[in-house]
Design a protein around this ligand. Structure first.
Ligand code: FES
Length: 384
């Protein structure tokens, strides 16, 4: 996932630009080999991975609460990359991510069943904007809606908020199917004990019965509205955090907006872009077909190459990689922005964008895993 704070939904058409070719200004983040020091089973279907970070790489792997790492592994001869949220907090002085098994998920299955302590993974430095600037003088009220492994970045945020801001409070609404699947149940209980007056956690289970009806069922739209009606004063919360399956996030966001919470007080974190718009696939296919065979100038690591857009691959990123260019990527779902590039000339269509801010889009940045060229004059640069 990146993460995005305020998704720019829909399908922006990036206007034609005629920008001066700029030299690289910021070094691109590089993968580093990190040894997995410990694999801890958190639930029957999830593990956490603790990495050894050599002293020389510590500055590269500093992070903010709520950020994620991109992990890369060669799995059966294929270069597989996935983003996983960091569950530790910066003050924990450890770098740990959680990986929950997804049905058919190649990386998550590999991490849960094959990977061993002592193995090495390629890791990109932390990234993501699902975070907040916590400061000791602040006295704020925070709240989060999480479901399943969506707790991972939120756990880091909760730990950081409560430890950094002694006058702040945090309320968590956390949905799961069964109690046995609750990730970080003991850690949350320990936080509750430690910050009894400042931390509240409410569990919602969809496949187990609680005596109190409010806590039965999913965090869907009616449940989120009930939560806001009975458990928290939304107007008193300065920042809401939401992470989990797309349907839960949409329900929580809509309930918050309906209850008058300003969009700027809601942060969402996505790791896969499940398009809400049912016309997405048809649009993406139409764009790719229309762009078949178009020439694209691609600048990477100071060199410019001309590639041909391959409609079967469907996007500029995969066309560039098929041409032998080491264009960066992680999620390929329009979320993480690892594949970000800037338009130097020409115009492209983007299918979805969950990873770029409106300002970045305005400045000419695109997600190449979602982009197809609108003409033969497109030049993009991964270096700016
Ligand atoms: S947005 Fe993640 S690879 Fe393109």
């Amino acid at each position: 996932m990146a993460s995005e704070s305020f998704p720019a939904r829909g399908r922006p058409t990036i206007p034609a630009r005629n920008l001066k070719l700029e030299p690289p200004v910021t070094p691109k983040p590089q993968f580093h080999p990190l040894r997995v020091r410990e694999i801890r089973r958190e639930t029957p279907d999830a593990v956490s991975l603790l990495f050894d970070v050599p002293a020389a790489l510590r500055p590269d792997f500093s992070f903010q609460a709520g950020q994620y790492l991109t992990l890369k592994a060669d799995i059966n001869g294929e270069d597989i990359r996935r983003n996983y949220s960091i569950c530790s907090a910066p003050l924990d002085d450890e770098l740990r991510v959680a990986v929950k098994t997804l049905q058919g998920g190649r990386f998550s299955t590999y991490a849960n069943q094959v990977l061993r302590a002592g193995d090495t993974l390629e890791v990109l430095p932390a990234a993501g904007r699902f975070t907040a600037a916590f400061a000791p003088h602040r006295a704020a009220a925070y709240a989060a809606f999480a479901a399943g492994s969506g707790i991972t970045p939120i756990l880091s945020i909760i730990k950081t908020a409560l430890a950094t801001e002694p006058q702040s409070r945090f309320t968590l609404f956390y949905g799961n199917r069964h109690s046995g699947q609750i990730l970080f149940l003991e850690t949350l209980a320990a936080l509750k004990n430690r910050y009894m007056e400042r931390f509240e956690v409410y569990h919602f289970l969809s496949a187990e019965e609680d005596d109190i009806e409010l806590f039965n069922g999913r965090l869907d739209a009616p449940k989120c509205r009930d939560v806001l009606a009975h458990l928290v004063d939304a107007a008193a919360i300065s920042q809401f955090f939401i992470c989990g399956p797309e349907a839960m996030m949409a329900a929580a966001e809509a309930a918050l907006l309906d209850s008058g919470v300003p969009p700027g007080a809601i942060l969402l974190e996505r790791f896969s872009a499940t398009p809400i718009d049912p016309a997405y696939a048809a649009r993406a296919l139409a764009s790719a077909r229309a762009a078949a065979g178009r020439r694209i100038g691609v600048v990477l690591d100071g060199r410019k190459s001309t590639i041909i857009f391959d409609a079967a691959l469907g996007n500029i990123l995969d066309s560039a990689r098929a041409a032998g260019m080491a264009a960066p990527f992680a999620c390929k779902g329009g979320v993480c922005a690892t594949c970000r590039a800037k338009i130097i000339s020409g115009a492209v269509d983007m299918n979805v964008n969950y990873g770029l801010t409106p300002d970045e889009v305005q400045a000419g940045y695109i997600l190449t895993c979602q982009a197809s060229p609108r003409g033969d004059d497109v030049v993009i640069s991964y270096d700016v």
